[in-house]
Design a protein around this ligand. Structure first.
Ligand code: SF4
Ligand code: SF4
Length: 561
């Protein structure tokens, strides 16, 4: 393999790679603003200037192709003074906004000002003022004074979102970005420009001014907005999720996520309508009760029905673990084979970039966990038909607001003698329920989702319910170490009385005289791995932070970006 030498280190590289790419592959970051690994090279920020032996002038590392034997100096006096000069130019007109800028704490300009500049400005003239607080679109705000004209946002719209909406106008130090006449920055991926803007010029209108980033914890998770399963981080302060940002996974979503996932998949977590504690219906109203009372009530009600009179619906919103225990609960505890889950398909949602028409995170996982009718059991349509005919009288629903997508089923579900629902929030279906158990959201539990390509990916608790607090107390020290400082943060803010659905079913099984021996999600998953071929040999550590492709499950590569 050909080699280059960067600051005395010999690095192998692939033919065709630029100096910046070759260095990056070996963990060496050459300072840069405009270069991004997934965008075309524009070479306009000049921050990556390096000295290359036998070349008469400094070159930009982002567009100079590495050659065998090339000797590169990033830390020579010439390179350092060039970087300092570039920084000095950037800071000439940059406002002293850091104390009020959302980007502070995660800003490249701020970081490089510490690492690569003189520490003082020689510019005593009046700074050039530009427009601030420009609404580029419904989700993104622009501050012209903070912009360093790197063009990342323009190239993102052109090359990734395939929707050219932004451009430069003016010249020299008057240059600024704007939308084309009559257009807004409103493509379905528009908010990724906020992530890749190296400064605070583009801000997330939903999150801006909500929190300083250093006051927040962040936890790796998976978006639950569709079957793509984009890798994300949940950013939390005071036990409240305040923003989602994409997490790089080249097998799933690269660096990106859609605006729908970013904005619409976390607000239900701290919404007013959260189910906080178990509820049973008394004289027409749902009344909050303790867990033991709710389990006893549900158990005695369920005992009144024959095996064929009861059906269970798993959920494509719930984890593999929740669905796996639901199958055990249906088959071994209730003895019913009337078992299925509802598919939520919205062809208008899917696109050729990331968004998938299956708007649930785990339909493949629910199937693999065994949420399918037994030989003589009914599928969803059969269950509805049997309820209509009065043959099925009791229904257990896991984490799915069936009536939201299927309002026409209201009269059918009203015929049930018993409707028990595990739900994170009160919704159209819980209006009909006799008993509602409070489910933990995806941000409050451990578990796994399987995306539409057959990749199993982990979710972890980013915020605490009363139950997660207790579960963590019982965890091994290594687990506590891993969660580290989050403990203190978890002590603050609202804690809901909710449990993972698998755990609710374990409690209810016990009230029905059956023992399902699981104490933690990891234990459920190990049982999944022992029982379902596709998961064989896996555990949470093997799955890791980026997930793993299940064997013999649809694995066609679908990343087009
Ligand atoms: S708004 Fe941000 S991403 Fe766009 S050109 Fe300016 S600095 Fe670059
Ligand atoms: S494409 Fe799907 S999984 Fe990805 S962010 Fe959007 S809704 Fe979430």
């Amino acid at each position: 393999m050909p080699k280059i030498i960067v600051d005395g280190k010999e690095l192998e590289f692939k033919q065709g790679q630029t100096i910046i790419e070759a260095a990056k592959d070996h963990g060496i970051e050459i300072p840069h603003f405009c270069w991004h690994p997934k965008l075309s090279v524009s070479g306009n920020c000049r921050m990556c200037l390096v000295e290359v032996e036998k070349m008469p002038k400094l070159v930009i590392a982002c567009s100079t192709v590495a050659a065998d034997g090339m000797v590169v100096h990033m830390d020579s006096d010439k390179a350092i003074s060039a970087r300092n000069a570039v920084m000095e130019f950037f800071l000439i007109n940059h406002p002293l906004d850091c104390p009020i800028c959302d980007e502070a704490g995660e800003c490249k300009l701020q970081d490089y000002a510490y690492q690569h500049s003189n520490g003082e400005s020689r510019f005593v003239e009046t700074k050039n003022h530009k427009d601030k607080r420009v609404e580029l679109g419904p989700n993104v705000m622009f501050d012209g004074e903070r912009c360093i004209s790197c063009s990342r946002c323009i190239r993102f719209c052109d090359e990734i979102a395939k929707d050219p909406e932004l451009t430069f106008v003016q010249r020299g130090d008057r240059v600024t970005i704007t939308t084309f006449p009559g257009q807004q920055l409103d493509n379905p991926y528009s908010m990724n420009v906020v992530d890749i803007c190296p400064v605070g010029a583009l801000t997330n209108r939903d999150f801006r001014f909500k929190s300083r980033v250093w006051e927040m914890s962040h936890t790796n998770s998976i978006c639950n907005g569709c079957a793509r399963g984009c890798n994300i981080e949940l950013w939390v302060r005071n036990n409240e999720v305040l923003r989602l940002v994409p997490r790089q996974n080249e097998e799933v979503n690269s660096f990106w996520m859609c605006d729908h996932g970013r904005l619409n998949t976390f607000k239900f977590i701290n919404a007013e309508d959260r189910v906080d504690g178990p509820h049973i219906r008394v004289e027409g109203n749902l009344i909050k009760v303790g867990w033991d009372e709710a389990f006893a009530k549900a158990a005695s009600n369920l005992k009144a029905f024959g095996k064929d009179e009861v059906a269970v619906l798993g959920s494509a919103y719930a984890t593999v673990e929740d669905n796996f225990v639901a199958v055990k609960f249906a088959k071994s505890v209730l003895g019913t084979g009337h078992l299925d889950f509802v598919h939520h398909i919205d062809p208008s949602f899917g696109d050729d970039i990331l968004k998938n028409e299956d708007v649930t995170p785990n339909s493949k996982g629910a199937e693999l966990a065994g949420v399918i009718p037994s030989k003589n059991g009914s599928d969803f349509n059969g269950i509805i038909k049997s309820i209509r005919e009065g043959k099925i009288k009791a229904l257990y629903v896991l984490e799915d607001d069936i009536l939201n997508d299927n309002p026409e089923l209201e009269t059918v579900l009203s015929k049930l003698d018993l409707l028990i629902i595990n739900s994170t929030n009160f919704n159209k279906t819980t209006v009909l329920a006799d008993i509602v158990f409070p489910s933990a959201t995806y941000a409050e539990k451990n578990g796994t989702f399987v995306n539409f390509t057959g990749r199993v990916q982990r979710i972890s608790p980013a915020i605490a319910t009363n139950d997660v607090d207790r579960a963590l107390e019982g965890m091994a020290m290594s687990r506590l170490d891993k969660f580290g400082t989050k403990f203190d943060r978890w002590a603050q803010g609202k804690h809901y009385d909710a449990r993972s659905s698998w755990k609710i079913l374990v409690g209810l099984a016990s009230a029905l005289g059956h023992e399902l021996k699981y104490n933690m999600a990891e234990e459920v998953f190990l049982d999944v791995a022992n029982s379902v071929d596709a998961f064989k040999g896996l555990d949470y550590d093997v799955i890791g932070e980026l997930g793993t492709q299940l064997k013999n499950v649809n694995s066609k590569s679908t990343v087009k970006i």
